[in-house]
Design a protein. Structure first.
Length: 497
């Protein structure tokens, strides 16, 4: 089966920060897990380079928007690589291939009769690139997100007849209850739809920085339609062959601030272009530091590059999904980071791995003994794989991690219960010692295969040390002993302070 997963594409109007890395890491967990299941995976991320958010920042810096994009897009690419994202392509909306296909689709929507010329009058936030309704405005006609005062705009432009799709959208939500997850976000989107949809601008007349409207050279396509279409256009030119039939429709991972665009405008626009709507989407919350979400303009940014430098990217991924339940908002902090690193990564998992490898080395000449698995331990592992699969089918990343972490803890209890170092002193206990060491090696191998999407670097090292060459989930079934193992330096070394 094909699995196509995407992240939002990021505005090139500032340096990447952890809020951006978050979507990359989440989509990567899903992509890696699906690859382990043997699925045909395509994973896309990239940058959103047109529209006011970029044009205005370029103006502030005294450079052209293209120069700004050329400087910052590689930074986002680098960030994706640093957090371990295994994306198959990195799209830039300034790519030729993207622009051409955007025009094709927009033209089709026009030809299908869903576009008309009209006058827009209302509030516009250039930082969100969003037209705000009266009810969305903050006090004193401000943008509720950017806290800047908005001006009332009147302009002649092209409209997309969103209102015509109200019923079809309602039906979509009814027929596909998991189209938008988590549920509270689905309800939010559905009540927005039920509140009555108004047509939206499809073009901008006073902006030069965008994809030209194919039938009107004086206007550019409203950046949100150009941006949303990236998910579709990329498949057309990422490889020599067109991948659309192989991978479309996509599963989108996005942040809560862009729900309306993805859960309402996007499926309607696809319907208008007669393209299949997304397979689904998961909306995550914000990582907060103090009161606020991280943002360049608020100046409270936790730099993922610095964090990775100190803790490694696996630790960053682990921390974000463990500390904040995926889908909810949650606080993160450097102190919290260090604590989880010590107690969970270094102690629960790192020590378990070191001890297991060291005991097999010392007591059994670095070869996993042949034995039957300890029955009570095996019973606790029963069904875990199915539960993890089901959770990740729904992008329940934190719950899936929690499920596996329960097994890590169970293995630690098993070490304390069996005390292999005591068994080793007792010549008559060779059988029980074989059982304990075999069960530990096997348990560690299984949890590590299940942790691979979360901790890819660590898992790769540890699986190799355990003599497991294959990362596929089909390897989870019990394996006999006999493998040569290798001791490893600490997987999560003490933090230098
Ligand atoms: N360019 C648009 C998205 C177009 S998608 C077709 C955009 N870009 S953005 O760079 O401003 O934000 C991209 C994503 O980063 C959003 O989903 C947003 O929710 C996410 N985050 C930005 N700060 C965040 C946190 N502090 N925490 C979690 N995610 C947040 O919007």
């Amino acid at each position: 089966m094909a699995f196509y997963v995407t992240t939002p594409i990021y505005y090139v109007n500032g340096e990447p920060h952890l809020g951006h890395a978050y979507s990359d890491m989440a989509a990567d967990v899903l992509a890696r897990h699906m690859r382990q299941r043997g699925e045909d995976v395509f994973f896309l991320t990239g940058t959103d380079e047109f529209g006011e958010p970029v044009a205005q920042q370029a103006e502030r810096e005294g450079v052209t928007p293209r120069e700004l994009g050329d400087r910052l897009a590689p930074r986002f690419q680098e960030m994706a690589a640093k957090v371990g994202a295994s994306n198959d392509f990195f799209i830039r909306t300034t790519d030729e291939g993207h622009m051409r296909r955007v025009q094709e689709v927009v033209q089709r929507v026009y030809d299908n009769g869903h576009v008309y010329e009209g006058t827009y009058e209302g509030w516009y936030c250039p930082r969100c690139a969003d037209f705000k309704t009266e009810s969305e405005l903050g006090e004193g006609n401000t943008c509720p997100i950017h806290k800047i005062e908005l001006t009332r705009e009147t302009e002649q432009n092209w409209f997309f007849a969103l209102s015509k799709f109200q019923e079809r959208l309602e039906r979509l939500y009814e027929e596909r209850p998991d189209f938008v997850a988590p549920d509270f976000r689905r309800n939010e989107a559905l009540s927005f739809i039920k509140g009555g949809l108004q047509d939206v601008s499809l073009s901008r007349p006073n902006l030069k920085w965008g994809v030209p409207v194919p039938w009107d050279a004086d206007q550019v396509i409203y950046v949100w339609f150009d941006a949303l279409l990236n998910y579709y256009t990329a498949l057309g030119y990422a490889r020599d062959e067109d991948l659309t039939d192989r991978f479309w429709p996509a599963f989108h991972v996005i942040g809560k601030d862009i729900l309306k665009f993805h859960a309402v405008y996007w499926p309607a626009f696809l319907m208008a272009a007669e393209i299949e709507v997304p397979r689904g989407m998961f909306i995550h919350g914000y990582l907060l530091m103090g009161e606020h979400k991280m943002s360049k303009s608020l100046g409270n940014v936790l730099d993922p590059f610095e964090v990775i430098e100190r803790f490694g990217s696996d630790a960053l991924r682990f921390y974000c999904f463990r500390e904040v339940s995926f889908g909810r908002d949650g606080q993160i902090s450097t102190a919290g980071f260090e604590q989880r690193y010590e107690t969970e990564l270094a102690n629960d998992y790192g020590n378990l791995a070191s001890r297991t490898l060291a005991m097999i080395d010392r007591y059994r000449g670095a070869v996993v003994p042949e034995a039957e698995p300890a029955p009570d331990l095996a019973a606790d592992f029963d069904g875990a794989e199915e539960r993890v699969r089901a959770l990740l089918d729904g992008a329940r990343i934190s719950q899936a991690l929690d499920e596996v972490w329960g097994l890590v803890r169970r293995l630690n209890r098993y070490v304390e219960e069996t005390r292999p170092w005591d068994l080793a002193k007792d010549g008559a206990a060779a059988g029980p010692l074989d059982t304990a060491l075999y069960s530990l090696a096997e348990g560690l191998r299984v949890v590590t295969l299940l942790l691979l999407p979360f901790l890819p670097d660590t898992a790769e090292k540890l699986l190799a040390a355990l003599g497991e060459e294959d990362q596929d989930l089909s390897r989870l079934g019990a394996r006999g002993g006999g493998q040569k193992v290798e001791r490893l330096p600490p997987l999560f070394p003490k933090i230098e302070t």
